[in-house]
Design a protein around this ligand. Structure first.
Ligand SMILES: [Zn+2]
Length: 199
């Protein structure tokens, strides 16, 4: 995909995430791998519903800024570690979906066994990564380890990280995790008020 298209896609999914409440304020970050092997990533400190494609910055895989006037997202280490762990991946998205984070805090695993496999966007499981400070090498390392065997994971007390072949696929997986988290929560709640079904 051309750089311009990748920038547009990153802005599109970032805006969707904000509009759907998967992030608030200046939260969240999205990146994509270019054909040159560099990484386009959203900048730090800007709401994603007013982000413009020209504000997306470019880094190399060692973390050096290649192009752009703004600071890259403070979670750039998380993105770079995901690309190193998954050579098949071309896009990474990190969001703060509320219900998913609540379940992680409560120690409840997001269930992937309640809906047809075809609807899971490739999410066979949603592992939870132990808390490490946002932006840290420790968080990036732990998340990358989880992403070796999953296309999505939750970061305890923090958010989600998902990967894909393009920004839309990575974003779809983040939306799906939040939907599965909502389903998991609702089945827990309704199991107390319903007649008691299977599962
Ligand atoms: Zn975050």
């Amino acid at each position: 995909m051309k750089d311009g298209n990748l920038r547009d896609e990153l802005v599109k999914v970032s805006r969707l995430a904000q509009e759907r409440g998967l992030i608030v304020a200046t939260d969240g970050n999205a990146s994509a791998l270019t054909d040159r092997g560099t990484v386009l990533i959203t900048p730090s400190g800007i709401r994603k519903d007013i982000l413009r494609p020209a504000q997306v910055v470019e880094m190399d895989l060692s973390g050096r800024l290649v192009a752009g006037r703004l600071r890259p997202s403070s979670e750039f280490r998380l993105h770079l570690a995901a690309y190193r762990a998954r050579p098949d991946v071309r896009s990474v998205i990190h969001l703060h979906p509320c219900i998913s984070v609540a379940l992680a805090i409560a120690g409840v695993r997001v269930r992937t066994d309640m809906v047809p496999r075809e609807t899971l966007c490739g999410l066979a499981k949603v592992p939870v990564v132990r808390f490490a400070p946002p932006g840290s090498v420790a968080l990036a390392t732990a998340a990358a380890r989880a992403l070796r065997s999953s296309v999505g994971a939750l970061l305890d007390r923090h958010g989600s990280v998902t990967v894909g072949l393009n920004p839309v696929e990575a974003y779809n997986r983040a939306e799906k995790i939040e939907q599965l988290a909502a389903l998991t929560l609702l089945t827990l709640v309704t199991s107390n008020v319903g007649p008691g079904r299977r599962r």
